[in-house]
Design a protein around this ligand. Sequence first.
Ligand code: MTE
Ligand code: CO
Length: 420
Amino acid sequence: MTETNDPSRRRFLTGALAAGGAVAATRVAAQAVPDPAITEVQPWAQYLGAGVDAAPYGMPSKHEAHVVRRNVEWLTADTVSSINFTPLHELDGIITPNGVCFERHHSGVAEVDPGEYRLMINGLVDTPLVFTLEDLKRFPRENHAYFLECAANTGMEWRGAQLNGCQFTHGMIHNVMYTGVPLRLLLEEAGVKSSAAWVLPEGADAAAMTRSVPLAKALDDCLVAFKMNGEALRPEQGYPVRLVVPGWEGNMWVKWLRRIEIGDQPWHHREETSKYTDLLHDGRARRFTWEMDAKSVITNPSPQAPILHGPGPTVLTGLAWSGRGTIPRVDVTLDGGANWHQARMSGPSLDKSLHRFYYEFDWDGGPLLLQSRAHDSTGYVQPTKDMLREVRGENSIYHNNGIQTWAVNENGEAENVEVS
Ligand code: MTE
Ligand code: CO
């Protein structure tokens, strides 16, 4: 506290700002003039703070209360069979904190008692088996960060720009470090018959949601997960156990996983016929479009995160991902595609995980048309929305990975527009 009155320290601060090395800093920081935020003793320095037993489970600062999942009321008839969205514009890095992972439920959150939890494996197996949660924890486990994207993410944007904010246009995604047992180990324990070709995971919620998953995927990288970001799964995310189907559409990641049936054919249930198929312009539908194509979005600036600081050094950032691998490169444009610049990737580049990119630029205060374009490790490049519609028509909802545009005006306010 006495430091602010220490003349030698004041001299040091002024000296540093005057030095050549501080040129960049003075463009984004205020000059060293008397500032009550520095010269006055602030309330938090006048009293003792809360003790170590005040928050046995820690919560974010009260100043971060706006960083929450949000739903769009008119999208669904009620909040039980509904969706909320991850506040992507408030996050950084690549991991989604557990409390803000978007939720999609067909029958609300099932409250499963872990003591009564059972996972059954039946069908084309040598020995049908039932596992308790404790049984699952006796198999070798693995840790992987994977994104989960609902196939309906960005689905409202097929026919043109609609929702104002990346939370709503792209927030049906989260990226979590899972701990779980490879599904392969459980299937080996039951002994899969040679005629088997498909598995049917089923949820314990009132929707008893099911999806047909090819056996090859089940044996490849699927996890029966019980931890997210180090702690038990949240009830919203399927506590105590969910299926992780890396790179594939979120609907297949069955929550509150209670049964896996093994069969020789797909079941053609609701979620793979009337839902999660893509109606083409000629009336035929694409089905079994499991893999999530490469996609990206600029999270800042964006409609919920305008530029508030005026012209000058500006940080643009966003997320990119691919269900087929990693993202070695993202391009960004400030002028609706006239000029593209390679963004700077930062953070780990993990298979089928979110990737973080940045592009620092000097904003001249003029209007901007911001877009990002992801390249994945297979060489696939994220298409424009027009390119998607050329192939798939206008009837689709799912698998919209087209390039997103934000129009920024002279006040730094951003709006969802389409430039294809
Ligand atoms: N599993 C069950 N049992 N019930 C559900 O309603 N919703 C699915 C999938 N698994 C669902 C489910 C859908 S459509 C998606 S996109 C993801 O869970 C959402 O996972 P999240 O709630 O962790 O974001
Ligand atoms: Co979904």
